[in-house]
Write a protein that binds this ligand. Structure first.
Ligand code: PMP
Length: 448
């Protein structure tokens, strides 16, 4: 994260500067769409702890299930013995998978651990070593995943060498490709698939390539949904060359985009899918899922970890999956998404906003708003833009800070000037309206 100032270091001498890099607010409690700070402020939470507490803070049924499990069995250890929540969770997850071939699970604690496991599995299953990742992708900050993350240099600065055998291919996003915003989607996809073909001809031959790893909606890299035709193109290339397709749905999965998994929009079947974050609504739990034939290529004992598939986390996740159906969460995501997009599009019509809010994009309640200048829109870069056309510096961070002052948590993302909306999936219409108004006032204040 970014260092805010030295006064914090004075007040909190025993924290690394990395903790609290977005704010040094202390949260006392959370309920639904709000958190309460130590000094009694109620903040509307449009971050969900980075897309984790998707059903709101302390969802009664999830917390109750976890509390009950705490009194029953906390830790089982999946190599020693199964426990009931582990088995129940698999039963609950099976019908939610985007494709019936995804029928075999393994659990971990964090997203990064599960991503690493997906690479380990792909290498073992194919007998090949290299991995192709997307420019702008984020997969974690462990030693393995740092080498796969290409959204910002800060995540791996001064700690290399990173994991070798990783090749980067462009993702269809006009700004990152240095193209005008008006470039048609088909053209972006065509160029990206062409470059991927070049990567396979010039840098890592298919016979050496185990997997293509993609976030179907780029998260930390700027909230950019992959066009269906791009995911379909990747599937085709993987099929042609015996390469495994890995979808990292850690951030975009579990209802965030209005379907249980984003893959459902394109109908593309991944060979391996990675899940975490919303899976247990705040309890540490992640998973990979694949076909049994692929999964069973791993010898027993080669995957796992002490806390992998913890009983309390699994019990919470079981409650999460039940709540999705009982509380019609996906319907709410669709409705609130329409509300949010309509409001942001309206906002863009205001004369002083139109020239700074250059893009509103995303799916469901995974929505990014990008700030920039007309020169950026026209050229895909502001290298040659005149001073008059330039956006005030750190625009997105300033919007985020103003939102905080006005009572809402809103995060920025990527190397571009982007704020990301990830409110709870069960947020009410009134709270969504409130959040939108806070955002609009914050932007107006920064523009002035
Ligand atoms: N993949 C994606 C798409 C993510 O968004 C994240 C976390 N932001 C991770 C992996 C890593 O997850 P964790 O922080 O739980 O290790």
């Amino acid at each position: 994260g970014e260092v805010v100032g030295d006064d914090r270091a004075e007040r909190k001498p025993n924290f690394t500067r990395d903790a609290g890099s977005c704010s040094d607010t202390v949260i006392k409690s959370g309920k639904g769409s709000y958190v309460e700070t130590e000094d009694g402020r109620k903040l509307l939470d449009f971050t969900c702890g980075i897309a984790v507490t998707n059903l709101g803070h302390c969802h009664p049924k999830v917390s109750e299930a976890a509390a009950k499990q705490c009194m029953t069995l906390v830790h089982g250890q999946c190599s020693v013995a199964f426990h009931n929540p582990y088995l129940q969770l698999i039963d609950q997850l099976l019908p939610l998978m985007p494709h019936p071939s995804l029928d075999t699970f393994f659990f971990w604690n964090s997203g990064a651990e599960a991503v690493e496991a997906s690479i380990k599995l792909a290498r073992t299953a194919t007998g090949r070593q290299n991995v192709i990742v997307m420019q702008g992708g984020y997969h974690g900050r462990t030693f393995g995943t740092m080498g796969l993350t290409r959204s910002k240099t800060i995540y791996s600065e001064r700690v290399g060498p990173l994991m070798p055998g990783v090749f980067v291919t462009p993702f269809p996003f006009w700004h990152q490709m240095g193209l005008p915003q008006s470039t048609p989607e088909e053209e972006l996809v065509r160029q990206c698939l062409f470059q991927l073909d070049m990567v396979l001809k010039q840098q890592t031959t298919a016979a050496d390539t185990a997997a293509i790893l993609i976030e179907p909606v780029i998260g930390e890299g700027g909230y950019i949904p992959a066009p269906a035709s791009f995911l379909q193109g990747l599937r085709k290339i993987c099929d042609q060359h015996g390469i495994l397709l890995i979808h990292d749905e850690v951030q975009c999965g579990f209802g965030r985009t209005g379907k249980m998994f984003y893959s459902e929009y394109s109908g593309v079947r991944p060979d391996i899918m990675v899940m975490a974050k919303g899976l247990a609504n705040g309890f540490p739990l992640s998973a990979i899922v694949s076909q049994k034939a692929i999964m069973d290529k791993m010898a027993p004992g080669t995957m796992g970890g002490t806390y992998a598939g913890n009983a309390v986390s699994c019990a919470a996740a079981v409650a999460v999956t039940k709540a999705f159906e009982e509380e019609k969460i996906l319907q709410n995501v669709q409705a609130r998404s329409k509300q949010l997009f309509a409001a942001l599009e309206d906002f863009r019509k205001e004369p002083e906003i139109a020239s700074v809010l250059i893009d509103v994009r995303g799916k469901g309640l995974m929505v990014g708003a990008e700030f920039g200048s007309p020169a950026v829109q026209a050229q895909g870069s502001d290298n040659n833009a005149g001073a008059a056309a330039k956006l005030p510096s750190k625009f997105a961070s300033r919007v985020s800070a103003k939102c905080m002052e006005r009572g809402m948590l809103l995060l920025t993302t990527s190397v571009f000037e982007v704020v990301r909306f990830m409110p709870p999936l069960n947020i009410s219409e009134a709270d969504m309206r409130k959040g939108i108004e806070i955002f609009k006032d914050a932007v107006r204040e920064v523009v002035r």
